[in-house]
Design a protein around this ligand. Structure first.
Ligand code: ADP
Length: 266
């Protein structure tokens, strides 16, 4: 596949000509292009906190050498930048591990209800800081899928954390685990500002953010939803994202169900 760029030129002598350039868009080229972009983005994301860190080191060795107040403030910022780099490296490693295993479907029975309960417990404090109410709704029986426990915990953690971070302060986050005849799903719904439709298709791209400043402020790496997408795909499932501006967002991960279908209530 080629993309053709056409430009009309007028030479000095007044003669008109057309310039055609061909861009090779074969699948291999697209993949290669994505890889190059990814490395460039990742380097840039690491370079920013690193530059800030080095800047503070130099200031502390030079002008601020004897300023105890400045030292404490700078060390606090340096620690924050260091933590940001650590989070980024951890997320990059998680992503590459999941991708490496993309072709191996996980096989252990995992209970989505138990996973959701664990994540709600572990994020209660974070939710309290924003005065967000976490509401968990589960079927009575365990909801089994063939999965990788750590990856499913990670998936739920990323979705619920995002709902708390980007949802409404003093709002509510509803986590629903649903057991169907052939599929099992978890959905995470917030009542925050939501996401404009033009952003939805790109949300799971690496480093794609709707509001970069807000994401950085919240400690985001821009990789959370890319990780979620890869986990869902490795589990042979799918991810749906629904949102209307001003009306919150719903992220739903749907998996093939393991074992006999639940008895329908009679
Ligand atoms: P980040 O590390 O920035 O949180 P993610 O990949 O988890 O990265 O999310 C990508 C972007 O999607 C976020 O920066 C944010 O702009 C947007 N987003 C994610 N979840 C929500 C949500 N529940 N409500 C509104 N925006 C969201």
């Amino acid at each position: 596949t080629f993309r053709i760029h056409i430009a009309a030129l007028r030479t000095a002598g007044g003669r008109r000509s057309l310039l055609l350039t061909f861009e090779d868009l074969s699948e291999q080229r697209v993949t290669e292009r994505m890889r190059v972009d990814f490395v460039a983005n990742a380097s840039h994301e690491l370079r920013t906190p690193l530059a800030s860190l080095l800047g503070f080191v130099e200031t502390l060795q030079g002008p601020a050498r004897n300023d105890a107040g400045a030292r404490d403030r700078f060390l606090t910022i340096m620690r924050e930048q260091g933590l940001r780099m650590a989070r980024l490296v951890d997320d990059l490693l998680s992503l590459s591990r999941i991708e490496l295993r993309a072709h191996l479907a996980p096989e252990t029975p995992v209970d989505l209800a138990g996973i959701s309960r664990e994540i709600v417990d572990s994020l209660t404090l974070m939710a309290r800081e924003r005065n967000v109410n976490l509401r968990l709704s589960l079927p009575e029986q365990p909801v089994k899928v063939a999965g990788d426990r750590d990856e499913l915990l990670r998936l739920m953690e990323n979705l619920v954390e995002n709902a708390i971070k980007y949802g409404r302060r003093d709002g509510e986050v509803a986590i629903d685990v649903i057991d169907g005849a052939t599929e099992a799903s978890v959905s995470v719904r917030d009542d925050g500002p939501g996401i404009a439709p033009e952003h939805l298709p790109r949300l799971t791209e690496r480093f794609y953010r709707v509001d970069t400043a807000a994401s950085r402020e919240a400690g985001g790496t821009g990789l959370g939803l890319a990780i979620v997408k890869h986990i869902v795909l490795r589990h042979r499932g799918r991810l749906t994202i629904e949102s209307l501006l001003g009306q919150g967002a719903t992220f739903k991960a749907i998996f093939p169900r393991l074992g006999p279908a639940p008895r329908s209530p009679s």
